[in-house]
Design a protein around this ligand. Structure first.
Ligand code: GLV
Length: 327
């Protein structure tokens, strides 16, 4: 059975797969595969380990008559046509849980970076601009006592809430389709409407998945509701925020700043964003701790082994509505 692995990943998972002589690994390294390379590679594959830039469309799935599982090396799976996979009897799995701390810690790092202007201060220092100590430069907010608003309250947001509350003494507001009353009690977190959250928070951090209902959840209307001293943090998915509106908000200082790890058209970053001083940009590295990436590698392999070797559904099944599973 053939397993297509579209990119280099940590060896933990590769070693697990290599223990099974019935599996033949087509292990690609280097840049993401083009659509043509993906179609060529997937046509004889029984399983694929896909990564975020791989667009696993209906067309790609139609070209893979033997495919039994798309094991996605990520938690968010908006790059995969889940409905098409379910119709064709192809399992889709993801890697939830293992990257919770990594992404929450990156969101916190972004809050600190943009608030305390670390990238600008670093540039200033390297450029030899530090000529004398100045009480008035690079002023940012104290975090203690400030309000963090979490848009979405899943695993990552909850972990960030704990770090911000227990580490910095921040007040926590959240909005989600579901309430977590136990955590509200534990952290003194408050469930509020999105508008109230936007109006009251000093930091707004986004943690919803990208769905038709969350695309452009944040546009100019929402950004105008934020305080002029507030910051927007996005480690979820780019298209949740309307980038045109965000650029305007930053240019016209409707908000103090933003720190974003995800973009509307990755990997293309808008020139206007790159020209702004009040935004910190990182290249979709939310889950990039060594620990998380090793664990993700192990999880994708285990999901494949469960399907191809044990003939069972994958451990981290995404498409629970799958029909007529391929065997
Ligand atoms: C990263 O963006 C992920 O969804 O795992």
């Amino acid at each position: 059975m053939r397993v297509l692995i579209t990119r280099t990943i940590p060896r933990a998972g590769i070693e697990l797969l290599r223990k099974h002589p019935s599996l033949e690994l087509d292990y690609r390294q280097g840049a993401p595969l083009s659509t043509k390379e993906l179609i060529d590679g997937i046509k004889d594959a029984d399983a694929i380990i896909a990564v975020i830039p791989d667009k696993i469309t209906r067309e790609i799935l139609l070209s893979a008559p033997k495919l039994k599982i798309v094991a996605h090396y990520a938690v968010g799976y908006d790059n995969i046509d889940i409905a098409a996979a379910s119709e064709m009897g192809i399992y889709v799995s993801n890697t939830p849980g293992d990257l919770t701390e990594a992404v929450a810690e990156h969101a916190l790092a972004l809050m600190l970076s943009v608030g305390r202007q670390i990238p600008l201060a670093d540039k200033f220092t390297r450029a030899g601009e530090y000529k004398f100590w100045d009480p008035m430069i690079f002023l940012g907010p104290r975090f203690g006592g400030k309000t963090l608003g979490l848009v979405g309250f899943g695993r990552i947001a909850k972990h960030l809430a704990k770090l911000a509350k227990n580490g910095f003494g921040m007040r926590i507001l959240y909005n989600d389709v579901q309430r977590d009353e136990a955590l509200e009690k534990d952290l003194g977190a408050m469930f509020v409407s999105l508008d109230d959250l936007l109006g009251e928070s000093d930091f707004v951090s986004i943690h919803v998945p990208l769905l038709p209902s969350t695309k452009h959840l944040i546009t100019d209307r929402e950004l105008r509701k934020m305080k002029p001293t507030a910051y927007l943090i996005n480690t979820a998915r780019g298209p949740i925020v309307d980038e045109d509106s965000l650029i305007l908000a930053l240019q016209e200082k409707w908000i103090e700043g933003a720190a974003i790890d995800v973009f509307e058209e990755e990997p293309n970053i808008r020139t206007e964003l790159k020209q702004l001083d009040n935004v910190v940009l990182t290249p979709h590295i939310g889950s990039a701790t060594r620990e998380a990436r090793i664990e993700m590698s192990r999880m994708v392999a285990e999901n494949i082994l469960e399907v191809l070797i044990s003939k069972k559904p994958p451990i981290n099944l995404v498409n629970k509505d799958i029909k007529n599973v391929r065997v």
